[in-house]
Design a protein around this ligand. Structure first.
Ligand SMILES: [Zn+2]
Length: 210
């Protein structure tokens, strides 16, 4: 794994980005809380292809940087998201520790509310794990009786937290995303589709915040 800094002009502004070569399948792009741009790519992908990728993502990158700047101006101290609203993180606490602590405080109760919809379905309550994840809101391993919720969910409204927990609990009965799976969810949680829509719009922002 090696890492180098490059510059590129995006939306008329010169930006620096850090490129790390590692064993990944695709080109990955992340913007950190401090506004730095990080790209990872397999060593086989030439630089021009990476820059082409960045040009295609230019609008998104500039918007994300702009959001970050506004956020920093509004909250000079580190800020996190709780139930859809920004809140300051105590200066003595590292953002990751704050995220873990708040997730432990908040998500078990959303999980309980979702569990109430499935508790008579004949399977025992899966063990809940909380973890910061980049690409998904939750996961379920039915064979292990284990459900993982993304700690970043604390930033979304409570109905979204319940919807993700219910989605994973429904996988205990239907492992795939077949029509049967969604009709089970619709039956248990009639607002599921609304919450899902909100989650979609929150995803890129919240996941990249951490
Ligand atoms: Zn699923």
């Amino acid at each position: 794994m090696n890492s180098c800094s490059y510059s590129i002009v995006l939306c008329g502004q010169k930006q620096r980005y850090r490129l790390t070569r590692k064993k990944v399948k695709n080109i990955n792009l992340r913007i950190h809380r401090d506004g730095s741009i990080h790209v990872s790519a397999p060593s086989s992908v030439p630089l021009w292809q990476i820059e082409d990728f960045l040009y295609r993502k230019a609008m998104w990158i500039c918007q994300a940087l702009e959001k970050q700047k506004l956020l920093e101006a509004a909250f000079p101290q580190q800020c996190g998201y709780l139930f859809g609203k920004p809140v300051p993180i105590p200066p003595e606490e590292k953002p990751d520790e704050w995220l873990r602590r708040m997730a432990e405080e908040i998500l078990p109760s959303a999980y309980e509310q979702a569990w109430a919809l499935f508790q008579n379905d004949g399977f025992s309550k899966p063990q809940l794990r909380l973890q910061k994840m980049r690409s998904r809101w939750g996961s379920c391993i039915p064979a292990k009786g284990q459900i993982t919720l993304n700690s970043v969910l604390i930033g979304t409204p409570v109905d979204c937290q319940i919807a993700v927990a219910a989605h994973e609990l429904a996988h205990m009965m239907v492992p795939n995303h077949s029509p049967a799976f969604y009709s089970l969810l619709d039956e248990r949680l009639p607002d599921y589709r609304d919450s899902h829509q909100k989650l979609k719009s929150a995803q890129s922002f919240l996941v990249h915040l951490w």
